[in-house]
Design a protein around this ligand. Structure first.
Ligand code: SF4
Ligand code: SF4
Length: 237
C-alpha cells in the first residue's frame, strides 16, 4: 500500500484505515477530474473569510476553509475523511463565494457529494436516508414543497418559522410567483407532457442511476413509476 505523505497527516490520524490509500486517491482523482474543479480552486490564503460567511460553520464542527485547504494540499486522507463526514454539513448557500482567492468551497463540496453518491459511500447513503420521500416526490412529480405543507407539527426541527408560514398562508401564497405552486393539490398536478420530459431527463442525465447507488428500493419504485408512464406515452427506451 502507498503511504500518505508523512509531512501532513497519517491514515490513522485521518481515520478510515480500513479503506486503502489507493481507493481514497481514486476518489480524489474523480473529484479533481470534474470539469468544474479547476474553476473552483485556486489555492488558499487561509484568511477564514469563507468561514465567517458560512452558516454551517456556526452550528457544526465544519469549515469551508478546511475543505479548500485539503483539496489544495492534495491531502488524500483528509479529503476522504471530509467526503465521509464534513461535506454533508454544508447547506449549499454559496456564501463562501466571497473568497478573495476566487475559490468556491461550496462548489468543491458539490463535486465531492456527487462523487460520494456515485460511488455509494456510506456517508451518502446515511445523508440521503431521511430524504427518500422528498426525492420520490421531486423525481416523480417535479415538485415538492407548497406552503400548506409547512405545518409546525410536520417540521418540528425547522423551528418557529414554519408556524409563521402556516399562520400567514395567504401572504405566502401571494408571494409565490405561480398559482399552481400554492397548495399540494395544485403543486403536484403536473401535466403528462412535463412528467415525460422530466423522466427522460432523470434517465438520460444519470440521475436515476445515482439513486440506485444509494437507495435500491427507492430506485425500483421510481423506475416502475417512470417506465409505466413512458410506456403509456408510447416511448420505448
Ligand atoms: S455553500 Fe456550504 S461551505 Fe459555502 S458558505 Fe454555504 S454552507 Fe458554508
Ligand atoms: S476565503 Fe478563500 S482564501 Fe480565505 S480561507 Fe476561505 S477558501 Fe481560503
Amino acid at each position: 500500500m502507498t503511504e500518505a505523505p508523512s509531512y501532513y497527516k497519517s491514515p490513522t490520524v485521518a481515520g478510515y484505515p480500513d479503506v486503502s490509500y489507493e481507493e481514497k486517491a481514486r476518489l480524489f482523482d474523480e473529484v479533481k477530474s470534474d470539469i468544474r474543479f479547476s474553476d473552483y480552486l485556486y489555492g488558499c490564503y487561509e484568511c477564514g473569510i469563507c468561514v465567517a460567511a458560512c452558516p454551517s460553520a456556526r452550528f457544526y464542527d465544519f469549515s469551508p476553509r478546511r475543505v479548500a485547504q485539503a483539496a489544495a494540499r492534495e491531502d488524500v486522507e483528509l479529503v476522504y475523511q471530509q467526503m465521509q463526514e464534513d461535506i454533508w454539513e454544508c447547506s449549499q448557500c454559496f456564501s463562501c463565494l466571497r473568497c478573495p482567492r476566487g475559490n468556491n468551497p461550496g462548489g468543491i463540496i458539490t463535486i465531492m457529494r456527487e462523487v460520494a453518491i456515485n460511488n455509494g459511500l456510506a456517508s451518502a447513503k446515511e445523508a440521503l436516508e431521511g430524504y427518500s420521500r422528498i426525492i420520490y416526490k421531486i423525481m416523480s412529480t417535479g415538485t415538492q414543497v407548497s406552503p400548506d405543507m409547512l405545518q409546525p407539527d410536520a417540521f418540528p426541527d425547522w423551528g418557529p418559522e414554519t408556524g409563521d408560514v402556516s399562520n400567514n398562508l395567504d401572504l405566502w401564497r401571494r408571494a409565490l410567483p405561480s398559482e399552481t405552486l400554492h397548495t399540494t393539490s395544485t403543486g403536484w398536478d403536473v401535466s403528462d407532457k412535463t412528467l415525460v420530459e422530466l423522466y427522460l431527463i432523470w434517465l438520460h442525465t444519470g440521475a436515476l442511476d445515482m439513486i440506485a447507488d444509494v437507495d435500491t428500493s427507492l430506485h425500483s419504485i421510481l423506475q416502475d413509476v417512470m417506465e409505466e408512464r413512458l410506456e403509456e406515452e408510447g416511448i420505448e427506451l
